[in-house]
Ligand binder design. Structure first.
Ligand SMILES: [Zn+2]
Length: 354
């Protein structure tokens, strides 16, 4: 119920005006991975471009709004020098993740759609509606190939290793290979993480992936919920350390438990919150004070959280009252150097390899 209210609020506040998306620099260094955090106003749309280039988009933002989110994704793809998106991975069948698929496919060619299978939340009318539209896309002529992903599968994505750790409510039960990440070790943060009831929504079905590029590990679990995080991280941390945490569930405190975030102990965290969605103070604090964090970045100023629970303006892509649609672009070089470019400020901050 809360989640529905939350989504309705987000929809109600979503600006209808056209985006003023700024373009970011094209993938000039052809040996690096670029990750475009596209502003879809509290949904997710994260575009990974490997040196190939090979493009993987995780989620497509919302439906409606005259194709606002699809337009922003296509602008980011063109900014990266792409004329197609090879793979589109849908974490789960909520509006803010799968809603934009029909509009996106009307604007740019897509090679493969990857998802967790079946909508498990038919009781929610909005989720049912976008899932029906997604099924229509799958049934239409000339539709992309589809992969239904399973836990433990390494997805056929060129240029980086992408391993499925959660899908349709299932989770890996054995640790990922420990290449110095500590995967499989006991997780001391379990003690400070309360046990919460099983989430029954599509969030808990999220198709979550761990991505490896060069010496860097990135984690994106969509909106995977607190209860599932605990199973992945307690008593032993099955994922291990990751340098980059793509913040779960827009930074809403139904995800992002201490067991999960401290277990990852990321160097950088990037939160795809909206102005009035996500960025809960409790989840924000867990990230901000996690061991080893160098910086947290946000796609929006979280309006309900106030100045105490937002990062400084220079690390926020879209400020309160300012133009929306500004993206953040993460560059990952093979040696583990990370940098973040803000389309709003035009500035880049670099984090040298350890
Ligand atoms: Zn979401």
């Amino acid at each position: 119920m809360l989640r529905k209210l939350f989504c309705l609020l987000a929809l109600g506040f979503a600006p209808l005006a056209a985006a003023s998306a700024q373009s970011s620099p094209a993938n000039a260094e052809n040996s690096s991975l670029k990750v475009y955090f596209i502003d879809v106003e509290g949904g997710q749309a994260t575009l990974f471009v490997t040196p190939g280039p090979h493009a993987l988009l995780i989620d497509t933002g919302w439906e409606g709004n005259n194709g606002r989110d699809a337009d922003r994704i296509v602008a980011a793809a063109h900014g990266a020098g792409l004329t197609r998106i090879d793979d589109v991975l849908i974490t789960h069948f909520h509006q803010d993740h799968v809603g934009g698929v029909p509009q996106l496919l009307a604007r740019i060619p897509v090679g493969t759609l990857i998802d967790h299978g079946v909508n498990r939340e038919e009781s929610d009318p909005a989720t049912h509606a976008v899932y029906v539209d997604y099924q229509k896309v799958l049934a239409s002529p000339g539709t992309p190939q589809r992969i239904i992903a399973h836990v433990g599968q390494v997805l056929p994505i060129a240029g980086m290793q992408v391993e499925v750790v959660s899908a349709d409510g299932q989770l890996i039960t054995k640790p990922l290979p420990d290449a110095g990440t500590g995967a499989g070790s006991p997780n001391p943060a379990c003690k400070q993480t309360e046990v919460r009831p099983t989430d029954q929504t599509e969030n808990a079905r999220s198709l979550g992936v761990v991505l490896h590029f060069g010496k860097t590990t990135l984690v994106d679990l969509g909106d995977l919920t607190w209860d599932k995080e605990r199973l992945l991280m307690c008593p032993n941390n099955l994922l291990g350390h990751a340098e980059v945490y793509i913040v779960s569930h827009h930074g809403w405190d139904h995800s992002g438990s201490p067991a999960f975030v401290n277990g990852l102990s990321p160097r950088l965290a990037i939160m795809d919150n909206g102005g009035t969605k996500g960025g809960s103070p409790a989840a924000w604090q867990t990230i901000q004070y996690s061991p080893g964090l160098e910086d947290l970045w946000q796609l929006h100023y979280a309006e309900a959280s106030g100045p105490l629970y937002n990062v400084p303006d220079e690390r926020i892509a879209n400020l309160k009252g300012g133009a929306d649609g500004n993206e953040l672009v993460l560059t990952v070089t093979r040696d583990g150097t990370l940098s973040v470019f803000s389309a709003r400020t035009g500035a880049t901050r670099t984090y040298p390899a350890p």
